[in-house]
Design a protein. Structure first.
Length: 94
């Protein structure tokens, strides 16, 4: 559930597709390259799965720069957080 404070801080939060599904079970680009990743992030606009900035390829951030899709959330088990690249703020994606 998005709080009023989160919505006021980041207008993109109101535009999240809460039903978006991951397109792959791992980082799309790393899988295609035969490479590995550290953690996975889900684009909340299109379902792209990319690797985090701790991974050497940083595909989640590269996806944002290429598409301008602003919102991601963690795909890691037990983690419940999201991030807006544009407004540089975290939020609760559920």
């Amino acid at each position: 559930m998005v709080t009023k404070e989160e919505e006021a801080t980041c207008p993109h939060v109101a535009k999240i597709d809460r039903h978006v599904q991951p397109k792959t079970k791992g980082c799309e680009e790393c899988l295609a390259m035969g490479d590995s990743w550290v953690h996975l992030r889900l684009c909340l606009s299109c379902g792209h799965v990319g690797c985090c900035d701790d991974s050497k390829n940083k595909h989640a951030t590269k996806h944002f720069h290429h598409t301008k899709h602003p919102m991601i959330r963690s795909l890691e088990p037990g983690e419940r957080w999201g991030w807006c690249f544009v407004d540089d703020v975290g939020f609760d994606p559920l």
